[in-house]
Design a binder for this molecule. Structure first.
Ligand code: FES
Ligand code: MG
Length: 600
């Protein structure tokens, strides 16, 4: 735990002449030639020589919205308000596009592109005359990718999300992004709706512009960006179409200019204390299992040590306070009306769970959020009477992997009764492994009665980590075979080296690292092996002798290691060669050594 005292940014305010990095381009007496070349083209869009040499901060707007990135498309509108804020504060706005990412349309998986968007933004921030940047976040991977880039380059940066969509409704009930798909699939399989009904039900969850309105990965990562201190307070939860979001865009534009003048950088904000705060908030909001991957990645790029063990240590015992889908009932509009992140943080501050880390407005998160309690106790529960205790992640290890996490807040009573109620062994269960190599293998065999899957089987999905399935597939949560569903066994324990959608409510053990493809223990597992999971000891082991495992490893290595499908694109091949494990943030390993590269 950090011992840093509350620190205000007042001491950092510069009163004298501020040296802007953009002036290295536009006003560099040592290189008049270069200056002339930079200026003649920049003047093309209507900026005069005086304006470019006036020393006004030049602020990038990293534009992630486009027609193929609809979750972030609202930024095309918001950027106008950001621009006005920048200009009113005395800055000059330079808007530019970066590599787009859209979660549900990108194949094979959008997370393949997180590091590509990161790379493209690093190059722009480093290589162009920008003094600060507004990161237009929203859809799942766009938030971590841009925060990672801001961490690497370390010029003043502030995040603004597109905002959640309005609540979805169908026949008087809330329908939430992603989460409704899991339910719609069940209704379709049970014959209660037809295919048109399926499409209509799913479409009802997306009634407006904006990102997912559930506490999936998008709302999680934007709430955590706010908890980290990288957005203005109260920013994350404002629904996309609300007037308040336009105002927040304007304020964000104004603030980044002041941040440049104060030289307030990501490295001042993204401290160990800030990451611990974000872990605590993630538990309280019932955040996505993708959060550890992305937060650990941001931490690595800013140089703060952070492990999956820290997630359990600081997050596990924190209760669930936000009653939002998938862990609860409500959606984005309710979250905002109930007070959003500041109202959740106010509960945590009152219990001493939040440290006074600095935020983009120059104040600490405690100064920003203390006492901002909700007025809607249906949506944000009091800490003393939470929706659920111990809502964080457990971090498992054993001969199957070194690290894998489990979101315990989504364990259903059915699951609990079947696996965790043995009075002699209340926190552990054993089962027989059924191993699938990738999602295609799973779909081919899951309903085959010859597989002899029963209520005491444990389903394994391997070959779906960052190397095995470029970017790591969201496929670890697997439905049980149809013949078991009919008998009322609706969920089997699932374990794997891939990810799981943030909108899914399955208590899988996932993000297993190292993955099978890089030689993790999962590669040695065989269908029929007995496996023991102990929630108290946080262990996950195949009950196979060391001698037998050594033999299996010899055989695997003789066969050239765990086999996975070839790359389909150049980027898949490039990333596979240099990507780290999920527990290490799935970062590009050679990128980590580039720290704070902002100097021109
Ligand atoms: Fe883009 Fe959920 S699919 S925010
Ligand atoms: Mg997702």
């Amino acid at each position: 735990t950090s011992t840093s005292k509350p620190k205000s940014n007042a001491s950092k305010k510069t009163s004298g002449a501020l040296k802007l990095r953009s002036q290295e381009w536009f006003n560099n007496p040592a290189n008049t030639d270069m200056t002339a070349l930079y200026i003649e083209r920049t003047m093309n869009f209507g900026l005069g020589l005086d304006e470019l040499q006036s020393g006004r901060p030049i602020i990038g707007i990293a534009q992630t919205g486009s027609d193929i990135a609809p979750c972030n498309r609202h930024h095309l509108v918001l950027a106008e308000r950001v621009r006005e804020g920048i200009r009113d504060a005395g800055g000059i706005a330079f808007e530019f596009p970066i590599h787009p990412i859209q979660e549900t349309c990108k194949r094979p998986t959008a997370s393949l592109d997180r590091n590509l968007q990161y790379l493209s933004l690093v190059e722009i921030l480093y290589g162009y005359p920008l003094d600060g940047v507004v990161l237009t976040t929203g859809c799942d991977k766009t938030t971590p990718a841009q925060l990672m880039a801001a961490a690497t380059v370390d010029i003043p940066a502030i995040a603004l999300n597109s905002g959640p969509m309005l609540n979805g409704w169908y026949k008087g009930e809330r329908t939430g992004s992603g989460t409704i798909v899991w339910k719609a699939r069940e209704l379709l399989a049970a014959g209660e709706i037809d295919e048109t009904g399926f499409l209509k039900l799913v479409a009802s969850s997306a009634p407006s512009t904006g990102h997912c309105n559930t506490m999936g990965t998008a709302s999680t990562m934007n709430s955590l960006a706010e908890a980290l201190g990288m957005t203005l307070p109260g920013s994350a939860a404002i629904p996309a179409p609300y007037r308040d979001r336009q105002e927040m865009a304007y304020m964000t534009g104004k603030r980044i200019v002041e941040m440049v003048r104060e030289n307030l950088k990501p490295s001042d904000i993204l401290t160990r204390a800030a990451f611990e705060n974000a872990i605590v908030v993630n538990s309280a909001i019932g955040g996505s299992t993708n959060a550890p991957i992305h937060l650990n990645a941001i931490a690595r790029h800013i140089g703060v040590p952070l492990t999956t063990g820290d997630w359990e240590k600081h997050g596990y015992k924190i209760p669930l306070l936000a009653n939002l889908q998938p862990a609860g009932e409500y959606l984005g509009e309710d979250y905002y009306r109930a007070g959003g992140v500041p109202a959740v943080v106010a509960e945590l501050i009152a219990k001493g769970k939040i440290q006074p880390a600095l935020t983009v407005n120059g104040k600490t998160i405690i100064e920003n959020c203390e006492g901002r309690f909700t007025e809607d106790r249906k949506v944000i529960f009091p800490y003393a009477k939470p929706m659920m205790k111990n809502a964080g992640f457990l971090d498992f290890s054993g001969n199957l992997f070194d690290s894998a996490i489990m979101k315990t807040s989504v364990i259903t009573p059915e699951f609990h009764n079947r696996y965790l109620e043995d009075p002699a062994d209340p926190m552990a269960f054993e089962g027989t492994a059924v191993v699938f190599d990738g999602p295609e293998d799973y779909h081919r065999r899951i309903d085959d009665p010859k597989m002899k899957i029963d209520a005491h089987s444990i389903l394994f999905m391997r070959g779906v980590g960052p190397v095995g399935y470029p970017g790591a597939a969201e496929v670890v949560n697997m439905r049980a075979p149809a013949y078991l569903l009919k008998k009322g066994v609706t969920a089997l324990p699932c374990i794997g080296d891939g990810r799981q959608s943030g909108t899914s409510g399955s208590p899988s053990i996932l993000n297993a690292s190292p993955e099978a493809a890089t030689g993790g223990g999962l590669a040695l597992l065989k269908t029929g092996d007995r496996v023991r999971i102990d929630l108290k000891k946080r262990t996950a082991n195949m009950l196979v002798s060391d001698e037998e495992l050594a033999l299996r490893r010899q055989k695997l290595e003789a066969a050239g290691g765990y086999q996975y499908p070839p790359s389909q694109t150049p980027w898949q091949e490039i990333q596979r060669a240099v990507v780290d494990e999920l527990s290490e943030g799935m970062v590009l390993k050679p990128a980590v050594k580039y720290q704070k590269i902002h100097a021109t």
